[in-house]
Design a protein around this ligand. Structure first.
Ligand SMILES: CC(C)(COP(=O)(O)OP(=O)(O)OC[C@H]1O[C@@H](n2cnc3c(N)ncnc32)[C@H](O)[C@@H]1OP(=O)(O)O)[C@@H](O)C(=O)NCCC(=O)NCCS
Length: 170
C-alpha cells in the first residue's frame, strides 16, 4: 500500500493524470477496490532486469483494463513510479495488457485518454498498437496549464509484433 501511495502521489503521476490534490490512504484504497471490482483486470508491472529487496523482480507500476463487459470494450490506465519511468517499459507492458484484453478477455476495443503534453505516454501507446482517434479540446490541466486530452484506441488487429525487453505483469 505504501508503494501504491508513493506512485499515486508522485508529482509526475499527478501531472500525467491532471490531478493537483494528494490522495490519502483511504481514497486510494477505495479507488483500488473499484479497480479490482467486477471484471476489471488490474496488474502490477515488474522490471525483470532489476531486483527488489526480496530479490524478486522490481515492481515499477500498475496497469488496469476497466472493462465494460456487455460491449466487450475497456478503458486502459497505466502508472509507472519514478523507478519505472524512462526505461522503455510502458510500451511492452501495454502490449502485454492488450494481449490479455484481446485474447483472454475477448475485448473488441480498448481506449485511453492522455494529456497532449504527455509525449512519452503517447509515443509508448502508439508503439503498443494504439492510434490517435481525436482531441477533446481544452478539457484538462497539465501542471495547472489548460491542455487538450488525446483519445486513442486499439482493436485486436492493431497490435504490433516487435517486442523489446519484456516487463512482467501479474
Ligand atoms: C507516461 C508513462 C506511462 C510513459 O512510460 P515510460 O516507459 O516512462 O516512457 P519512456 O520514458 O520510455 O518514453 C516512451 C517513448 O517516448 C520517448 N520520449 C519520452 N519523453 C520524450 C520527450 N519529451 N520528447 C520526445 N520523446 C520522448 C522515449 O524516448 C520513448 O521512445 P523510444 O521508445 O522510441 O525511445 C510514464 O511516464 C508514467 O507512468 N507517467 C506518470 C503517470 C502517467 O502519466 N500516466 C499516463 C496517464 S495517460
Amino acid at each position: 500500500m505504501d508503494v501504491y501511495l508513493r506512485w499515486t502521489n508522485d508529482p509526475v503521476t499527478m501531472r500525467g493524470n491532471g490531478r493537483t490534490e494528494l490522495e490519502d490512504r483511504e481514497a486510494l484504497r477505495t479507488g483500488l477496490d473499484v479497480m479490482l471490482s467486477g471484471e476489471n483486470r488490474h496488474v502490477t508491472i515488474y522490471d525483470p532486469a532489476r531486483r527488489d529487496h526480496g530479490a524478486g523482480p522490481l515492481p515499477v507500476g500498475t496497469a488496469t483494463l476497466s472493462i465494460d463487459r456487455p460491449v466487450a470494450a475497456a478503458e486502459y490506465l497505466i502508472t509507472l513510479g519514478e523507478e519505472g519511468r524512462g526505461r522503455g517499459l510502458a510500451a511492452p507492458a501495454t502490449r502485454l495488457v492488450l494481449d490479455v484484453g484481446f485474447e483472454d478477455e475477448g475485448l473488441e476495443n480498448v481506449y485511453l485518454t492522455v494529456l497532449e503534453p504527455n509525449v512519452a505516454g503517447i509515443r509508448a501507446y502508439k508503439q503498443a498498437g494504439f492510434r490517435l482517434i481525436g482531441h477533446r479540446r481544452r478539457s484538462a490541466l497539465w501542471a495547472g496549464r489548460r491542455v487538450d486530452e488525446i483519445l486513442m484506441d486499439a482493436i485486436p488487429t492493431s497490435r504490433t509484433s516487435g517486442r523489446g525487453r519484456q516487463p512482467v505483469a501479474t
